[in-house]
Design a protein around this ligand. Structure first.
Ligand code: NAD
Length: 333
């Protein structure tokens, strides 16, 4: 079975989802939807993705010399599943449309858990999304935390988790957001990130606090957790190393800037780093529990998760490990 996938919202996440889906042997992109005839719309056409638009904007695209296949409504008729990658809280407004067409729908972390009822991370709860009509692939931060917590929970059992999130202030291509010279503490405590992890891993006891820092490259998490079984720092490193979406960082890499340089050296598309990047030397088990630092590439860690979520919802692969391996191989992990 080849799953026909449509992507509504072709920005930072949508264009990456479309590229990753196009690489899969069991999926094809049958449409992407744009609101404006900008350079991303032009690139979609150059890549051969059928382009659809919001009704009423036909003349904008015509004037820009871009050929369109129809409206978002037409696009939905062509797909088995829609991946909604519109900006946060816009996607919720599309649910009635998706329901009227009878298409399965996935949203991103900018929407609330309640919209879909299932919040997804492949290593943590693949089975929950199996065969379901709606799912939400959780945010970049929640994805990064879920991967580490579920991996260590399987290996040793996890007790209390405390995480401090140093969040990038904007994506590199985003010229409208800041700060560019300030650090902004999130005054709501705990921050919303901890409860979001619980939408994926319902038994986890987690508190998070967050600050926004003037960088666009990556988020950085300072994680502390109690492990239920006795183990050493080396045992934790070995357990993390087993997860194909966690990369142990060493070789003199001391910053997020060098991780992005590594991604460029690896010829990763758009210099994406799909894996959590855990500094091996930061992994420390003591009487106060485990400490580690990890960097999260906000633009890309959720992309392989979107692919696995499609496979689960469309019931094309029952086994999470097989889906993860298929996705990784096709994307070139
Ligand atoms: P973005 O602004 O880069 O892209 C959104 C795209 O949707 C744009 O092309 C925009 O033109 C289009 N759009 C806007 N309104 C639309 C509408 N009504 N119908 C169709 N398309 C519309 O946003 P993004 O960063 O890709 O975020 C998308 C989702 O992914 C959000 O839920 C966000 O929270 C989540 N997310 C973002 C990141 C990140 O770092 N950027 C990481 C993880 C998850």
């Amino acid at each position: 079975m080849t799953v026909k996938v449509v992507v509504n919202g072709y920005g930072t996440i949508g264009k990456r989802v479309a590229d990753a889906v196009a690489l899969q042997p069991d999926m094809e992109v049958v449409g992407v939807a744009k609101t404006r005839p900008n350079f991303e719309a032009r690139m979609a056409l150059e890549k051969g993705f059928p382009l659809y638009i919001l009704a009423g904007r036909e003349s904008d695209f015509k004037n820009a010399g871009m050929e369109i296949n129809g409206t978002v409504e037409d696009m939905l008729e062509a797909g088995d599943v829609v991946v909604d990658c519109t900006p946060g809280h816009i996607g919720a407004g599309n649910k009635a449309l998706y329901d009227s067409v009878g298409i399965k729908a996935m949203w991103q972390g900018g929407e609330d858990h309640e919209l879909a009822g299932v919040s997804f991370n492949a290593h943590s709860n693949y089975d929950e999304a199996f065969g379901c009509d709606y799912a939400r692939v959780v945010s970049c931060n929640t994805t990064g935390l879920s991967r580490v917590i579920s991996t260590l929970d399987n290996a040793f059992g996890v007790g209390k988790v405390r995480a401090t999130l140093c969040r990038r202030s904007a994506d590199p291509g985003d010229v409208k957001k800041g700060p560019i010279n300030a650090i902004i503490p999130e005054l709501k405590m705990p921050s919303h990130h901890g409860p979001d992890v619980v939408t994926v891993l319902s038994n986890v006891d987690i508190d998070t606090v967050a600050i926004k820092v003037p960088t666009t490259l990556m988020h950085l998490h300072i994680v502390n957790m109690d492990l239920l079984q006795e183990c050493t720092s080396d045992d934790v490193v070995d357990a993390l190393d087993e997860n194909s979406r966690i990369r142990l960082i060493g070789d003199g890499i001391s910053s997020t800037a060098e991780i992005m340089e590594l991604a460029r050296d690896m010829n990763r598309p758009r210099s994406d780093m799909w894996e959590n990047c855990v500094w091996e030397k930061s992994v420390n088990v003591s009487k106060d529990g485990l400490y580690l630092f990890q960097a999260i590439h906000q633009e890309s860690d959720v992309i392989p998760e979107n692919v696995d979520c499609i496979r689960a919802m469309m019931e094309v692969e029952r086994d999470s490990a097989k889906s993860i391996a298929k996705t990784n191989k096709a994307m070139g992990f």
